[in-house]
Ligand binder design. Structure first.
Ligand SMILES: Nc1nc2c(ncn2[C@@H]2O[C@H](COP(=O)(O)OP(=O)(O)OP(=O)(O)O)[C@@H](O)[C@H]2O)c(=O)[nH]1
Length: 395
């Protein structure tokens, strides 16, 4: 499907930048337009791919291009005040060629966390196409203010978008990595997972048309009804040069070094079902219990002779049993790449312990901050006032 992507704040801008790069590399054609909005001039300058004229600096009167310093109430205020400047950039998007908006933001900071829900609300009021959010949760080690920001932004963002796709930095940061190095890998993971999903149905010239193609309307229907979504993904390398069915499997081939294991249809089906299980039960973009998900979409992608209808049907059935949902859609997305992958969009998930923990920590942080503020007012009063109250202020 074709998206108009708007990155709000630093993380949002960087992720949209990476989506443009992914689009070029994979010829997926999912980013019809890309815009970055920020209160920090330096962050906008640091982007690589988003065209200069689509980089919008807001809040200059208030913060002079220096960011809002993790104050998401200020982020929201500034977004509201300068929404016309953002709209000017949005005006350049040929919305008749776009299936949906995707507003991307890190939810722990100030600009994106506060501004993205404001923009989503504004877009929904003006346009009839769906407005989705891609919200990035901060790592648990980032501290109280980031957690509090994210918890408050989450509540607001979910309410203002047609569906909130969530990516949890916490489950993806590997130990020992530098923050920057870590983010570039994490961002790669984000664009790969959501890229395969949104790329389905977006057949480019010269590409094969799928036997049971995933259409953008199926993505939209899976996301309709609102709520929170998560994405699972699993892939396996295959050998493009091998004859049909000659799959070099990393996981089940056993030989490791390759060799044509002469797969037949049954093996292809089994491989697909095992990929579907791995995708659903492995690491999700937002960890949660998949039981109770309201809707799901299964996209199988890879060379067409490694995909089959039976595999998709089995995968779909299995997902129905696991989620208890009656709305599990599925289809394929043929791509001539040496990889078969299963991508699963689980929409309307509600059993998410990670969010409950985030809210608990946020409430604790909020209480602590109030205590500290009250205490510090008393302490300052003690410090300034001389003990015998002999001194008088000037005025
Ligand atoms: N996945 C990912 N997360 C990021 C990246 N940069 C920052 N984050 C996360 O996003 C949160 C918000 O950070 P920023 O996007 O830098 O904040 P901002 O919206 O620009 O707001 P201010 O800097 O407060 O004005 C952080 O707490 C991190 O969890 C990134 O490149 N990738």
């Amino acid at each position: 499907m074709k998206l108009a992507m708007i990155g709000f704040g630093q993380a949002g801008g960087k992720v949209v930048d990476r989506f443009l790069d992914y689009d070029d590399r994979t010829n997926s054609g999912i980013v019809r337009s890309a815009i970055a909005v920020n209160t920090a001039k330096a962050d906008l300058m640091g982007l690589d791919r988003i065209p200069q004229e689509n980089r919008v600096l807001i809040g200059q009167a208030r913060v002079k291009g220096h960011g809002v310093g993790a104050d998401n109430e200020l982020g929201a205020e500034v977004a509201e005040e300068d929404i016309d400047e953002v709209q000017n950039a949005v005006d350049s998007i040929p919305t008749h060629e776009v299936d949906a908006f995707l507003v991307v933001a890190g939810m722990g900071g100030g600009t994106g966390s506060g501004g993205a829900p404001v923009l989503a609300k504004h877009l929904k009021r003006i346009y009839t196409i769906p407005v989705y959010g891609l919200g990035i949760l901060p790592g648990t080690d980032e501290g109280g203010i980031y957690t509090l920001n994210a918890a408050r932004s989450f509540q607001t963002f979910v309410r203002e978008v047609d569906n909130l796709l969530v990516f949890d930095n916490d489950s993806w940061r590997s130990a020992g990595e530098s923050v920057e190095g870590g983010y570039s890998q994490i961002n790669e993971e984000i664009v790969r997972r959501f890229g395969v999903l949104f790329g389905a149905g977006e057949v480019q010239a010269g590409q094969e048309v799928a036997e049971s193609v995933v259409d953008s309307s199926e993505i939209i229907n899976t996301l309709s009804g609102g709520g929170v979504s998560t994405v699972g993904y699993a892939s396996e390398e295959v050998d493009l040069t091998a004859s049909s069915g000659g799959l070099l499997s990393k996981f089940t081939g056993g030989s490791g070094g390759g060799g044509d294991d002469g797969l037949d249809a049954a093996n292809t089906t089994n491989r697909i079902t095992s990929l579907v299980r791995k995708a659903a039960l492995g690491r999700l973009t937002l960890p949660c219990e998949i039981d109770g998900a309201e809707r799901a979409l299964l996209v199988l992608s890879g060379p067409s002779d490694h995909l089959n209808r039976k595999g998709i049907e089995r995968g779909r059935k299995w997902l129905e049993e696991e989620t208890g949902s009656m709305e599990v859609r599925g289809g394929d997305y043929p791509r001539e790449i040496p990889e078969v992958s299963a991508s699963i969009l689980l929409s309307g998930v509600t059993n998410v312990p990670r969010i409950k923990r985030l809210q608990q920590v946020a409430i604790e942080a909020q209480d602590n901050m109030e205590d500290i503020q009250a205490e510090s007012e008393d302490n300052l009063e003690d410090l300034v006032q001389d003990d015998t109250e002999d001194l008088e202020p000037l005025f």
